[in-house]
Design a protein around this ligand. Sequence first.
Ligand SMILES: NC(=O)c1ccc[n+]([C@@H]2O[C@H](COP(=O)([O-])OP(=O)(O)OC[C@H]3O[C@@H](n4cnc5c(N)ncnc54)[C@H](O)[C@@H]3O)[C@@H](O)[C@H]2O)c1
Length: 350
Amino acid sequence: MRGRGGYCFPLAPTGRRVALGARALGGHRPAEYGASVPEISVFDHDAVLSAVGPLEAVERVRQAFVEYAGGEWAMPPKVYLDAPDGDFRAMPAQGAGIAILKWVTSFPHNPAAGLPVVTGVICVSRLADGELLALVDARSVTALRTGAVAAMATQELAREDARSAGIVGCGLHGAWAARCLAAAEYGPGVCFDPDPDAAGALAGELGWEAGSLEDALGCDVVTCVTPGAEPVVTAAGLRPGQHLNLLGADGPGKAEAELAAIGRCALFCDEWRQASHGGELAGAFEAGMLVGEQVTELGAVLTGEASGRTEDDAITLFDSTGLAIQDLTICLAVLEAERAGALRPPTVRL
Ligand SMILES: NC(=O)c1ccc[n+]([C@@H]2O[C@H](COP(=O)([O-])OP(=O)(O)OC[C@H]3O[C@@H](n4cnc5c(N)ncnc54)[C@H](O)[C@@H]3O)[C@@H](O)[C@H]2O)c1
C-alpha cells in the first residue's frame, strides 16, 4: 500500500495464470520467444460497467487527481494523430503499480454510419517488470471516468446547497455525466438535446425532465457535453452561484462557452498543460484574455494547495479535457474486481 492512504496493485504476479511457452503452445512459438507466455485478461464493455458503478468511479477519479497532484502518479502529454474524419489519441499514465496506454478514437461523424464516436483499447501493464496484464475496453472506461469527473468537480466546486442539474448534450458522455451526478445526489434536473429522443430517454431513465436549453442552463449545476461545434453557454444566461462543467471541448478548435461567459467565471481545469492547448479555455488563452495563473487545477483544490469556490455568488467553471490518470484509476478498479473474484474475464496469450 502507498504511504498516502492510496492503493497499489501488487507488484508480484500473485497466482496469475502463466502458460508455458513453445511447448505449451504446440511448438509453434520460436525458441527465442522466451520461457513463459502470460495470459492477459480481456475486459469488455459490459465487464467494465458491471465491475465499477458510478459512485465508485467518482471516488476513484478523485483519488487519481489527488495522487497525480501529489506527484505519486505520472502522465506524459496526450498524443494526437489526425485522420481525415477524426483523430486517434495515445494516452499513457502510471501509478499504483500499473502503467497504461489508452489508444482511443474520436470520429464525430461515425454515428451516421452506425459506428461509435469513441472506441479503442487500454493496455494495462505491471509497472515493476512491464508484464502485460490486461486489455480493457476504452469506450466504457472513457464514459465512466468522464461522467465521474463531472460529479467530482461538482462536489468540490459547487455551492453546498446546489441540487438541480442541467445536462446540455445527452449523448453517450452526457448520459454518463448525468448518471454520476445523480449517483452523487444531484438532481432532479433538466436534460436538453436538439435530439428530443436523446433528452427524453435520459430524463426518463433518471426521473428528471426533458426541457429547453434555457431550463437546463438555469440549474444550479450545468454540465455541457456537446460536440463543441458552437457555444451553448452565453454570458447573459449565467446565474450567480452556478457551477459549470464543460466537458465537450476536449480538443483544439472546440468550445461550449462564449469568451464573454468565460470572463465572468472562476476558472478551474483538470490539467492546464492539456487545457491550454485543446480545451474549453484554450480559445480565451490564445486570444490573450487569460493567463495560466488565473486557472486552478482541480487536483490543487483537492490537496488543499489552492482554494476552490471562495464566494457563494461566484460562478465556477470546470474545464475537463480528459486525463489518462482517470482511465488508469478505472482500470485499477477493474483489476481489483477481478482479483476479488467479482469478474472472470476471458484471457488471451499474445
Ligand atoms: N472531456 C472529456 O474527457 C471527454 C470525454 C469523452 C468525450 N468528450 C467530448 O464530448 C463531446 C460529446 O461526446 P459524446 O461521445 O457524448 O457524443 P454523442 O454524439 O454521443 O453526444 C453528443 C450529443 O450532443 C448533442 N448536441 C449536438 N449539438 C448540441 C447543442 N448545440 N446543444 C446541445 N446538445 C447538442 C447531440 O444531439 C448528441 O446527443 C465530444 O466533443 C467528445 O469529444 C469529452
